[in-house]
Design a protein around this ligand. Sequence first.
Ligand code: GDP
Ligand code: IMO
Ligand code: MG
Length: 422
Amino acid sequence: MNTILVGLQWGDEGKGKLIDILAKDSDYIVRYQGGNNAGHTVVVNGKSYIFHLIPSGILHKDKICLIGNGVVIDPEALLQEIAALKKEKIGYQGRLKISSQAHVIFPYHKILDSLRESKRHLRIGTTGRGIGPCYADKVARCGIRICDLFNRKLFTQKLKDNLAEKNEIFRKVFHHKGFTFGALYAHYVSYARKLKPLVCNAPLFLAEAQEKGKAILFEGAQGSFLDIDFGTYPFVTSSSATSGGACIGTGVPPTKMERVVGVVKAYTTRVGEGPFVTEFKPSLNAIIREKGREFGSTTGRPRRCGWFDSVMARFSCIINGVSEMAVMKLDVLDELRTIKICTAYTYKGKRFSEFPYDLEVLTKAKPVYEELAGWQRNISNVRYYAKLPVNARRYLDRLQELLKTKISYISVGSKREETIVR
Ligand code: GDP
Ligand code: IMO
Ligand code: MG
């Protein structure tokens, strides 16, 4: 069974934890977009691991983990993650693979990312990892792929062309000294040498896996509202973070996809700038941030928190073709007396039950809430749906009804075992 796991909000829904759980029943775990802007947390035996580029299934010793062509790879960051695996004695040889067609992040992408941000009126609040500029080069057809690093002549030409153009921009627009060819070239040739044993022709590698009847789990990064097309543009990332991205970003065709698991948090969070209709007032924000430890897994930035927005999540279910859902971090709501769900927005006397794309509406709209009673009990020890407090079940049932999608997994803590499977 091929499964796509996708975030339905603004990222950090708890995808890492669920990937680790679903990996048990998969043979291959494949990242298809994003880069080391992602931070996916897995907590096993009291130890917390945060994966940025390496698929979150890597802790399962017999699973193949692949980074697809849709991912942008910062080789320095990847090698650091590999070094961390070695330090933890997590064997990866022979089972960590990268697509030869993935695009490569260079230092000029990272610097450009922050310089552009510093000049913008509409600051995005990026992670500063060079993600946007690298994808921009890919689309502009001046990007450098993993396979290009192994062809000295081609790599030299491409890097020289890029530097000639980018250094002009660095100097004239940003008053930055730019980059010299020699040092960059030498570093990247050395990275390429270290990564070479992992590189494969990924689409064919995955096609062979399917011929053998292997189950592939596609690990989405970010979330649907950070998607370049369907997100709250321009406050988005630069890749296709929705389920469709899994085909584009791996070469596995749509006819082979069988199941889409959508992941939501029991409330909503967002890191960086952009509209957020259900954002809490500072006092409640502080309580939930503290209880949910809502600080970015990649940048450590405090996350903005708010009530569950069913207008957004319903739209996500539609565009991702979600077949079942996972609700994460339900335990974070344990102490609340009442819990709200946003069911529509209002702006200038108009009611929006469907997600509106107009940035003005999104920025200024007021949420319409339904209020449910909280359960005010610690649920982190609960392992069966029927054992959840009745008000917790009412909350989940209502989400299911509003999103018209079945909830199959409920997470009540960060550890592997703190999970209810229905
Ligand atoms: P991802 O980017 O979607 O993989 O999510 P992150 O790892 O960035 O953020 C999710 C955070 O919530 C991590 O610190 C997880 O360990 C934690 N977490 C995941 N599920 C639960 C849960 O059910 N309850 C609580 N309290 N924490 C959880
Ligand atoms: P995971 O996979 C949450 C956000 C950034 C910023 C916007 C653009 O852990 O859920 P970028 O650096 O991608 O150009 O930043 O996207 N962002 C994320 N927010 N979780 C993520 O990944 C994110 N990856 C990027 O904060 O608002
Ligand atoms: Mg994250």
